[in-house]
Design a protein around this ligand. Sequence first.
Ligand SMILES: [Mg+2]
Ligand SMILES: [Zn+2]
Length: 183
Amino acid sequence: MIGVFLDRDGTIGGHGGGIHPADFTLYDFSVKAIKLLNDWEVKVFLFTNQSWIGMGKFTENDLIEGFNTINQSLAKEKATLDGIYYCPHKSTDNCECRKPNPTLLIRAKKEYNLDLNKCYVVGDRLADIYSAKNVGAKGILVETGRGVKSLQEMHSKGIDLKIDFLAKDVLTATHWILKDIDS
Ligand SMILES: [Mg+2]
Ligand SMILES: [Zn+2]
């Protein structure tokens, strides 16, 4: 089974100003992207670091309520997330689940019988790409959110990282993924 892991912040949507999950809104094109992936019969997952919880900025319950709102918005357009994987820890917790660690991807592999070599991670940070590389999946960087900054950081620091595709946004990424699966 093929899985596509979508980062949340800066990839499928963003916040007006604050960081609270209640302020998160989906980009319009994300719904279309997720629907396209659903129609292709690949599994679609949300895959997100939420260190604000570890920092006490909001609770895990707030996050889950935010996920429910996302799911409701998607359901109106008959789009679905098959699963949601998140890390609630702050970076200094040195947990195993925070991207770029592959733990959550490996958990999803077991839960959904995924072939990780055929999976994709889409995100706006280098940690998203690294998490893909850590399991042999393909990493797609989007230019939304922090994406352009991530790219600049990569170049300015001379970081040697293979981005499989640089996409304008998650919908462009989806079109590329569907072609790539088909090839
Ligand atoms: Mg992000
Ligand atoms: Zn964690």
